[in-house]
Write a new protein. Structure first.
Length: 95
């Protein structure tokens, strides 16, 4: 469990730790298509739940950092700044 003080500090400073890639319209397709598994966090800075999830998501990404490139990537999308993404995205597994 992440200490509450770390959650608050991280949310206030906007610090991203771990291996979370910032995704936007210029790199979203490239990143999602060039990795086997992609975890994406759509967040808003004003959202309390997004602030709470940010350090947990970053911590989870650290557990996968030693895998070979192209296996797993963790990414975040600023839903306010990147309004081009629909509110629901359905990802499918292509074998």
């Amino acid at each position: 469990m992440v200490p509450r003080s770390l959650l608050v500090t991280t949310a206030l400073l906007g610090v991203v730790v771990g291996n979370v890639v910032q995704l936007d319209s210029s790199n979203f397709d490239t990143i999602t298509k060039s990795n086997e598994v992609v975890f994406v966090n759509f967040y808003a800075d004003w959202c309390r739940f997004s602030q709470m999830l940010k350090p947990i998501f970053a911590q989870a990404s650290e557990r996968f950092q030693n895998l070979p490139q192209g296996k797993v990537v963790w990414g975040s999308v600023d839903a306010d700044a990147q309004g081009i993404f629909p509110s629901h995205i359905l990802f499918s597994l292509v074998a």
